[in-house]
Design a protein around this ligand. Structure first.
Ligand code: NAD
Length: 426
């Protein structure tokens, strides 16, 4: 049976992540019967900061960059979320991503709200010195709005542990004492957590494994296709291969490699490191990257970018489990096609929450001044991911909704409960 939407929407309308997030919010809010007032609170960011940052470039010119920090909710704790640097950052996008963080922290029951930040700049055209000056000035401008008890940024697109070290240092200079807990994703020597680099990929593996058990599938005969061989996808591939899953295909922006007996992921990572591409890998055959997405498989992990599964291609998927490593890989219009096909979806706000969970551990360790070994970090991550998976799946079964709407309902319900309990709107 071909399951195409009768009238697939125009792709442009479908690809706006804010619209996808809002459509799911609306459905979850309606099913929960959330009253209008609470819905208004949850739709509106608590605080939005726009800063214009003057920075001297290496050639002596003075340039002004625009930065944002949006705190969507602080109902359950300090705002938490990354800072991205990109030429196409918009206020609207930062706003949507901040709300997303609120739901992600609530699904995993972390004591955080949601926030996000961004600076409009092109890191490819900036020197390390220019990036450092942008970061320090941005931090100084938002100094009084961030802090361990207020809002705790982290890396996101084009920012990394070096960026976090600069933010921590600038914040500490202004506070007149070292404050490691102001950001997470720092280098281990500056208060970072063991296990943070692997956390998102490890979290994907843990929930994918839970889904296998739920469907009565056996790990050794499980085929896995992963799109994106970066932090999330690369780490998930490495950990899953080590745990006995068969990674049959890796898809990158320039092509895909395939081996029905399972790719040697360590060798593939070395090949990519040495050559700059997964192509030309002797341990697998090159296949079309579009075909690779639609191979018959047990687990598909899109871990590259948003909007890769749409109403225009979802009917071609041949996977039992879709584990969303990336943020927003599936558009709202594709959801009903996945449901009709009976694909077991582990939605992004659950599947990739391993990263923010270990960020939470980093914040806890910084505040304790006592650091955990990697095994403890991994054990506690596993406990939170398994509990969150079970919460979402049992909520879905209880309310006869799909896993994604269940995750949103659970998150909205928890945040709304905190708001009512605090009496914020009384
Ligand atoms: P990354 O840049 O390390 O890796 C992304 C990989 O995808 C790169 O190897 C890139 O070459 C590849 N890629 C880009 N376009 C592609 C395409 N069209 N087809 C196939 N591959 C393509 O980024 P990351 O940190 O792994 O993040 C990936 C996704 O996961 C993003 O949506 C991000 O928001 C989300 N995420 C990341 C984390 C984290 O801890 N890093 C946490 C939660 C969510």
């Amino acid at each position: 049976m071909i399951l195409e939407a009768a009238h697939p929407p125009a792709l442009d309308d479908e690809l706006n992540p804010r619209e996808s997030a809002e459509a799911r919010f609306d459905e979850a809010a309606e099913r929960l019967g959330l009253d209008e007032g609470i819905q208004k609170v949850l739709r509106t960011p608590s605080r939005e900061i726009i800063v214009h940052i003057p920075v001297q470039l290496d050639d002596g010119r003075l340039e002004v960059f625009t930065g944002y920090r949006v705190q969507h909710s602080i109902a359950r704790g300090p705002a938490k979320g990354g800072i991205r640097y990109a030429p196409d950052v918009t206020h609207d996008e930062v706003r949507a991503l901040a709300a997303w963080m609120t739901w992600k922290c609530a699904v995993t029951n972390l004591p955080f709200g949601g926030g996000k930040g961004g600076v409009i700049c092109d890191p490819n055209l900036l020197s390390p010195g220019e990036l450092e000056r942008i970061t320090r000035r941005y931090t100084a401008e938002i100094f009084e709005f961030i802090g361990p008890e207020v809002d705790v940024p982290a890396p996101d697109m084009n920012t990394n542990e070096q960026t976090m070290a600069w933010i921590m240092d600038t914040y500490s200079m202004h506070a007149r004492h070292t404050t490691t807990a102001v950001v997470t994703g720092k280098p281990i020597d500056l208060g970072g957590s063991r296990g943070r680099a692997e956390a998102t990929g490890r979290g994907c593996m843990i929930v994918a494994d839970q889904a296998l058990r739920k469907l009565g599938l056996d790990r050794a005969s499980t085929r896995v296709v992963i799109q994106g061989f970066g932090n999330v996808g690369g780490m998930a591939a490495r950990l899953m291969a080590r745990a006995g899953f068969k990674i049959v295909s890796i898809i990158e922006w320039d092509g895909a490699v395939y081996n029905p007996n399972g790719l040697d992921i360590t060798a593939l990572a070395k090949h990519r490191h040495d050559t700059g591409s997964i192509l030309g890998f002797p341990g697998g055959e090159e296949i079309d990257r579009d075909d690779a997405m639609f191979l018959e498989t047990e687990i598909l992990i899109p871990a590259a970018k948003e909007n890769v599964i749409t109403s225009h291609n979802a009917h071609r998927l041949r996977t039992r489990i879709l584990c969303e490593g990336a943020n927003g890989p599936t558009t709202h219009s594709a959801d009903s096609i996945l449901a009709e096909k009976g694909i077991f979806v582990i939605p992004d706000i659950l599947a990739n929450a391993g990263g923010v969970t270990v960020s939470y551990f980093e914040w806890v360790q910084d505040r304790q001044g006592y650091f955990w070994n990697e095994q403890l970090v991994n054990d506690r991550l596993e406990e939170i991911m398994i509990n969150s998976f079970k919460d979402v799946v049992s909520y879905a079964e209880k309310h006869t909704v799909n896993n994604r709407i269940a995750a949103y309902m659970l998150a909205l319900d928890r945040v709304a409960f905190a708001i009512r309990l605090r009496g914020i709107y009384a």
